[in-house]
Write a protein that binds this ligand. Structure first.
Ligand code: ZN
Length: 183
């Protein structure tokens, strides 16, 4: 959330000072009229790095932001899900992969980034992503949902075609560990 102007419960307008605070990224805002507190926590997300035969899978984004650039499979956790449930659901939605088609090798690490929903700056979220490494035998996938294609990338290399700058930094920093886990 970049900022809200009105309380979601009672409709009271937040003070100019509170709106200013939200624009600067405060973690909690409390309505002065009814007391409802809104917590500006990071959104939780999961990412899947599928590895196979010395390569890892990247998908091409079919939606904004960064439409057309390379990304990894995954997405936001739905309400009430733990990260593993989200991972399984996203792999089914994006690549039509069932649990029987991959083995979880481990967690590579976590990343924080700023996400502009639909590319809109006024809908900016703070996002925390857990990266899973999965081994698969599959080489070809169906492409569904918000993915428009995929590419196998040789382990040890990071593509220049990645859209999210934080993802490029993350993969560069964690590539040695990825190679180790994949091996
Ligand atoms: Zn209120």
């Amino acid at each position: 959330m970049k900022f809200y102007q009105y309380c979601a419960k009672c409709g009271q307008r937040y003070s100019d000072f509170q709106i200013q605070e939200m624009k600067q990224g405060v973690s909690r805002i409390k309505c002065e009229s009814c007391g409802l507190a809104i917590y500006n926590n990071p959104r939780m997300a999961v990412a899947a790095i599928l590895v196979r035969d010395g390569q890892y899978l990247m998908s091409r984004r079919g939606i904004e932001p960064f439409r057309g650039t390379l990304d990894v499979a995954g997405g936001f956790c739905d309400y009430g899900e733990d990260s593993l449930e989200s991972l399984q659901r996203e792999l089914k939605e994006e690549l039509n992969l069932d649990e029987s088609t991959y083995d979880i090798r481990g967690i590579l690490g976590t990343m924080h980034n700023w996400y502009n929903n639909g590319g809109r700056e006024e809908e900016q979220y703070s996002v925390g992503t857990v990266f899973y490494v999965l081994e698969t035998e599959r080489e070809d996938f169906e492409v569904l949902d918000d993915v428009s294609g995929y590419e196998w990338i040789p382990l040890g290399t990071v593509s220049e075609d990645i859209g999210f700058p934080e993802l490029k930094v993350f993969l560069t920093e964690y590539m040695d560990q990825l190679v180790e886990i994949a091996g």
